[in-house]
Design a protein around this ligand. Structure first.
Ligand SMILES: CC(=O)SCCNC(=O)CCNC(=O)[C@H](O)C(C)(C)COP(=O)(O)OP(=O)(O)OC[C@H]1O[C@@H](n2cnc3c(N)ncnc32)[C@H](O)[C@@H]1OP(=O)(O)O
Ligand SMILES: CC(C)C(=O)C(=O)O
Ligand SMILES: [Mg+2]
Length: 498
């Protein structure tokens, strides 16, 4: 029998506290709907007393979302609780999340108070919130640095006062995993009435231990975890939802189940990153660009033989189409052969060895080896299937001269000629091609690179052409860089002229 772990997402509250990550109501609704689809149990939608905008977002999210509980944060202050209750009035299931700092740091310096007074304020706030909604969560802020015996007294008192969930935040990310786990265990064993409430974790990542602490909390009895997409949150962030969901999915033997549809993880991760303008570090677990990318030969060989040699998660389980075999100077023949085979090229071992030698020379100079590079090294003519081909090109250019180009295109076996002048030889040749093709196309990017050193070098051209609202990519390599430019342009055109 598995135990159900409730997922409380606070991307829109703790996550949104991060400088530069503020969202407007429309964006918050978009994220809230995606969280609902992902299968979270609770969405912490905001801190309504903090501003009219945040109040309005909680109202609108409450209307937009159907089944997850909508939670609003407050201080242990009556006005905050009144405003939160008002903001939650459209929620099908509303929760008020109130609380106060319980560590000596908070009691002495933030509140200039003492433990008994804080205990009274905690009870009063819980009772006050209970007048509005049944579901009350109480947070003991800085519980990570709160003495366990006092913490147990507060937890017991707020459960008696009506709290349905008690949150034990490691607000400053200070705890070690065994220490945090022991804290939860202590509460499970010492609080009278603990069975009447769910214990929640809320861990920050200041020492990079948010996820480890959360897991220890769960293994010692917590049944709700407070998490964010991509681990976004105050300072170094919160525990990331995707990590917790995948940890318990990967370790079924621990008997913990969530309602998360993990195949939605990657999509919402990208959405949050782009709406909040918060890039994801490439090596971020589960959702980083490199999380399923293999770039060294021994790993690539192992993965190609059996994915599980180097992958503990199937990328499809988190909504990523496939893993990536990235070709670099650390790749071996197995990876090169695989990429060529995906591109429809099969080589004998002898030819593969030769191409591999050239590949290594190129990869030492160029970090990113793409399909076009690989095909070029294998000596494959990518243009064989093209409908439009460059038949001939003649250009006059020089200092003090107007550049003029004449081109002839072979379009499905028929020849078309044109000439044009331009601002340089490439411009003249491109204009001549355009006068034959008659479509509105714009060159968005144009990159010329040398492959080797020396004046007899091949020039490689990458071009991005915009047509009818879409971007098409063209590539060509030639010792004549003007010819390479025109060929790259024609390569891009062949992608939309069928
Ligand atoms: C750990 C966390 O993430 S907690 C959530 C953090 N999020 C936020 O703070 C965002 C929203 N905050 C806000 O919009 C504002 O801070 C408000 C509206 C809550 C309060 O604004 P102000 O009235 O101007 O107070 P200010 O922010 O300067 O100071 C906070 C006050 O709340 C008190 N306070 C802080 N936490 C609590 C609490 N849990 N319960 C009761 N009082 C609290 C502080 O002691 C301080 O009171 P004081 O001025 O009497 O010393
Ligand atoms: C408001 C509380 C739950 C919080 O965010 C924290 O303690 O980190
Ligand atoms: Mg927090």
């Amino acid at each position: 029998m598995s135990d159900r772990l409730f997922i409380f997402d606070t991307t829109l509250r703790d996550g949104e506290q991060v400088p530069g990550c503020q969202l407007n109501s429309i964006e918050k609704i978009q994220v809230a709907r995606a969280l609902e689809e992902l299968g979270v149990d609770v969405i912490e939608a905001g801190f309504p007393v903090s501003s009219p905008g945040d109040f309005n977002s909680v109202v609108e999210i409450s209307k937009a979302v159907t089944w997850p509980t909508i939670c609003a944060l407050t201080r242990a202050v009556e006005k905050d609780i009144d405003v939160a209750a008002e903001a939650l009035k459209f929620a099908k299931r509303g929760r008020i999340h109130t609380g106060i700092g319980t560590s000596d740091y908070h009691i002495r310096y933030k509140f200039n108070s003492n433990q008994e007074e804080i205990l009274e304020r905690a009870i009063a706030a819980t009772k006050y919130a209970k007048r509005y909604v049944e579901d009350i969560e109480f947070y003991c802020e800085d519980a990570g640095r709160t003495d366990n015996a006092y913490l147990a007294r507060v937890v017991e008192a707020v459960i008696k006062a009506g709290a349905t969930v008690v949150n034990i935040p490691d607000t400053t990310g200070y705890c070690l995993p065994d220490e945090y786990g022991a804290k939860i265990k202590y509460l499970m064993e010492h609080v009278d009435g603990i069975q009447n409430a769910i214990i929640s974790t809320h861990c920050h990542n200041d020492l990079g231990m948010a996820t480890a602490n959360t897991v220890q909390g769960v293994l010692n009895g917590a049944r709700q975890v407070e998490v964010t997409i991509n681990g976004i949150g105050e300072r170094a962030g919160n525990t990331s939802l995707e990590e917790v969901a995948m940890i318990f999915r990967s370790h079924k033997e621990r008997g913990i189940e969530t309602n998360i549809n993990t195949t939605k993880i990657y999509g919402i991760s990208r959405m949050v990153s782009s709406l909040m303008n918060m890039p994801i570090q490439p090596n971020k677990a589960i959702v980083g660009r490199n999380a399923f990318a293999h770039s060294s030969g021994i790993h690539q060989d192992g993965v190609l033989k059996n994915r599980e040699s180097y992958e503990i998660i199937d990328p499809k389980d988190v909504g990523i189409d496939d893993n990536a075999i990235v070709l670099t100077a650390r790749s071996g023949r197995a990876a090169l052969k695989h990429r060529l085979s995906v591109l429809g090229v099969e080589l004998s071992q002898e030819k593969l060895d030769k191409v591999y030698e050239e590949f290594l020379k190129l990869a030492d100079r160029k970090k990113d080896i793409n399909d076009d590079d690989v095909l070029m090294l294998a000596g494959k003519d990518r243009t064989a299937m093209h409908r439009i081909k460059l038949d001939y090109l003649q250009v006059t250019s020089g200092v003090g001269l107007q550049s003029v180009a004449s081109v002839c295109l072979d379009i499905a076996g028929e020849k078309f000629e044109a000439a044009a002048s331009g601002n340089g030889p490439v411009d003249a040749a491109i204009k001549a091609v355009k006068s034959i093709i008659h479509r509105t196309m714009t060159i968005q990017e144009f990159l010329i690179q040398a492959i080797n050193k020396g004046s007899d070098d091949m020039g490689k051209v990458h071009m991005q052409v915009e047509y009818d609202g879409n971007n098409y990519y063209g590539f060509a390599a030639n010792t004549d860089i003007i010819a390479a430019s025109v060929e790259a342009f024609i390569d891009a055109i062949n992608k939309f002229v069928k």
